[in-house]
Design a binder for this molecule. Structure first.
Ligand SMILES: Nc1nc2c([nH]c(=O)n2[C@H]2C[C@H](O)[C@@H](COP(=O)(O)OP(=O)(O)OP(=O)(O)O)O2)c(=O)[nH]1
Ligand SMILES: [Mg+2]
Length: 129
């Protein structure tokens, strides 16, 4: 089981940050909440702060656990741990993804998300914001 943390980052207009996985990666071309694999001994919050600096050059503050979803991709099984987070500072620069977007909750349904994210997307779509 691979443990992966994902950040649901909101801006002042209540839009959420989503990013598209590069074509050459697992789940290439699919949208996700940015993040990555936990390193040994790392908390999900620390992982997310590190990953968002590495992958997008921004600072975030995770503040609440949103949920966990286990998904079997056949060759790998992942435990995806989602945290709500606040966008603190930095201009986004894509290091790893090939696109990003700030989207309203009502627009999330128009993006093809990685299968492990689908339960989170459904819940977020029903939230007000
Ligand atoms: N970051 C992230 N990964 C996700 C999401 N949904 C989902 O199925 N995944 C899968 C894709 C990968 O198989 C796995 C790990 O994600 P990753 O590629 O971001 O890991 P990483 O940043 O540590 O990158 P790397 O060092 O392995 O290249 O989790 C999601 O919303 N966010
Ligand atoms: Mg990543």
């Amino acid at each position: 089981m691979i443990e992966v943390a994902a950040a649901i980052i909101e801006d002042e207009e209540k839009r959420l940050l989503i990013a598209r996985r590069a074509a050459d990666k697992a789940q290439g071309g699919m949208w996700e909440f940015p993040g990555g694999k936990l390193e040994p001994g790392e908390t999900p919050e620390a992982c997310l702060k590190r990953e968002l600096r590495e992958e997008m050059r921004i600072d975030i503050a995770p503040y609440a656990r949103f949920g966990v979803n286990e998904h079997d991709y056949g060759t790998v099984r992942i435990r995806l741990i989602a945290y709500k987070a606040t966008y603190l500072r930095g201009d986004i620069r894509l290091v790893d993804h090939d696109a990003y977007c700030w989207v309203a909750r009502s627009e999330l349904q128009h993006y093809a998300f990685a299968p492990a994210d689908v339960p989170f997307v459904r819940r977020l779509s029903e939230e007000s914001g």
